[in-house]
Design a protein. Structure first.
Length: 185
């Protein structure tokens, strides 16, 4: 790989992206737009594209003293701009690429990935966030999975609660929910 020129890598990536085929109901299809879901190459290309897409956005946020976080295609921005100005910026950013649309949630709380973040009278509070489709089911203890996997589940979900709950009472509430969920499995 070290001897490959950038142009060769770009040509190889383009070849793979333009030659995606899949089979559905016994019929073969040629994907003409986008990339194969879950493909390591598609994810890499998407991450590279988003890096360049968000460069100007990140620069503006940083220059204004705001906070910009990104995980794959989820963005989280905190900035002290007037709402009207922020909405104009979102409209402008949404014109960078018609296939990418930024949505806005202006409120004292937000859910980013699996963290609920809330501003209560100038204090920032965080807890674990569960999507509406969440079901409290974990790997049943009597499954045939290796014991280390079964033992790791309580450790991992409690560690997440410790990391995400900014106040002790929120942690205790979360721990009780997890205890009940694990007992029901």
């Amino acid at each position: 790989m070290k001897d490959l020129k950038v142009e060769a890598i770009i040509r190889l990536v383009r070849f793979v992206m333009q030659n995606n085929y899949f089979k559905y109901n016994g019929q073969y299809y040629h994907q003409i737009r986008g990339g194969a879901m879950g493909s390591p190459l598609t994810m890499t290309v998407a991450n590279c594209y988003m890096f360049f897409y968000t460069r100007d956005i990140v620069r503006q946020i940083d220059n204004s003293g705001g906070l910009y976080l990104c995980y794959i295609n989820d963005l989280f921005i905190i900035i002290n701009w007037p709402v009207r100005h922020f909405m104009q910026q979102i409209d402008r950013w949404n014109k960078f690429d018609e296939n990418i649309k930024l949505s806005v949630n202006i409120s004292p709380y937000a859910d980013f990935l699996d963290v609920h973040i809330e501003n209560k009278d100038g204090q920032l509070f965080t807890t674990v966030y569960y999507k509406p489709s969440y079901e409290p089911y974990y790997l049943p203890f009597n499954s045939i999975h290796p014991m280390h996997m079964k033992k790791n589940i309580p450790f991992t979900i409690l560690l997440r609660a410790i990391r995400y709950c900014s106040i002790f009472q929120a942690y205790l509430d979360e721990r009780e929910k997890l205890r009940m969920a694990l007992l029901l499995n």
